[in-house]
Write a protein that binds this ligand. Sequence first.
Ligand code: 5AD
Ligand code: SF4
Length: 434
Amino acid sequence: MKTFKIHTFGCQMNEHDSEKIAFLLRERGLVPGQEGRPDLFIINSCAVREKSVQKLYALLGRTRDWAAKGTVVGVVGCVAQLEREKLIRHFPHLRFVVGPGSYPSLESLLERILKGERVVAARWEGKWWETGGALRQKPAVAYINIMEGCDKFCTYCVVPFTRGRERYRPLPWILDEVKRAVDQGYREIQLLGQNVDSWRWEEYRFWHLLDEVRKVPGLKWLRFITSHPRDFTREIAEVMAEGEPITPYVHLPLQAGSDKILRLMKRGYTREEFVEKVAMIRERVPNSSIGTDIIVGFPYEEEEDFQRTLEVVRWAEFDNMYSFHYSPRPFSYAGRNLPDNVPREIKRRRLLELQALQAEIQRRKNASFVGKTVEVLATGRSARDPEAFMGRDLTYRVVNFQCRRDPLGRILQVEIEEAGPHSLKGKVVHEPSR
Ligand code: 5AD
Ligand code: SF4
């Protein structure tokens, strides 16, 4: 029997696309390969920042050996959408390049690829990509797509060009998949989309969707990523305030704290409006937890602008943060029209300063958990200590813990004993019985 492997870069959307592709491959009789060289190797690429594209090129270089020995190597995902010709030219050993635009035809494309044909496809088909299943990789957590694409065109961002215009998945299909996943034993559902709160279907809006999904019997936790500050409404916060299964976590990218930079980024909100949104969430959603993304060194960012970002960060006291230095992206407005004029050294220093401030905030907030007992959904081994396990709590904090029996996929009571800026550490109150 033939084996396959998929290497995934990027966000949860990409991880889940890989799960759907794996499902289609298994339906065609292929099996996930363990050690060594597989018969089919797929790289699911990410184009959001320059660094992830460089990593893709490095990995592609290393796949030449496998290709020479007979592995069929191909690229899917966001870089495939953007750079199909270039990829084939640089890496003649590639047998296929398929971008998200062509995923709705992936089944017939796979048939051709498996017959040995060379396939390059990245046409926008505009349809919703429905596979009928996914080979889920995480214990107990099921990703479920609700929308794809983005119509916002923030000036730094490549996503509208890699994922296309917004498409929304119909409510009955979403509910169907949620029910199936819960019946199969998944405890947590993560609703995925580049911009979940712009989801709509007939007269339903995102808050209706949350309200429907939360009623699915047996669902333990419900999360959704990512929200856009402009579209996150009071109605959404009010449904969240109903509590479990909806978890109180919102991922709300700030990107920058100065109005000048927000305008250049075309984010569609001011610093003041963002601050009001955070205040609204904190006021309405009990135990709310807010994560964010920030870019430093966007064109024309001066020291004063950066200080405005630090001010918002200090005020908002985010529960987590992903931060990046700006890199120009192809097709994006800023990539084509604005000079990348903040020197690399300054970007680096600002990033370190921002991260140091945020680490301090997280250390302080996390310390307030010490001595408390929290519920944790165990999803893997701890990154640092192979003897320990990891999971996340209601607020999406990473919790590492010791446990004698295999806890994967279970909800456990963990007493928190230590807290660092990036995670909590504790011990299980009751060992799982099994
Ligand atoms: N440069 C740096 N960071 C970027 N992001 C998106 N585009 C860029 C870029 N050109 C970041 C944003 C986004 C996250 C997924 O990646 O913060 O929210
Ligand atoms: Fe990467 Fe963004 Fe595409 Fe996700 S949507 S795969 S983060 S470029």
